[in-house]
Design a protein around this ligand. Sequence first.
Ligand code: FES
Length: 101
Amino acid sequence: MPLNVTVEVDDEKYPLADHGKPASLLDIALANHIHLEHNCGGSCACTTCHIVVKEGEENLSEMQSDEEDRSNSTRRRPSPSHSRLGCQAIVRGNVVVEIPK
Ligand code: FES
C-alpha cells in the first residue's frame, strides 16, 4: 500500500537484493521494483525505510535492540506502534504494509 501491489516470494531464493537483511521487507521490495527509501543501504542506520504494518505483524521477525534503538531515535515514525524498519523486518508469512510518503 498505497501501490496495491501483491508480491509472492520463494524462500529458497533469499537474498533477493543486495540491501537489508535477507528476506526483509526491503530485500523483497527492491527485488520487485517497489520503491522503498534506504539511504544507509539497509544497515539499520538511517530510518528512511520505515513502513507501517497493516496486517500480519505476527509474520514478521521480532524487533531486535538495534532496530528498536534506531526507531526510537527518529521523528520519522509514521505510526510508532505498528512501524518497522523495512531493512530489518524479516518476512515469515503474509503481511500487508504501507510505505509512507
Ligand atoms: Fe537505513 Fe533501513 S535502510 S535503516
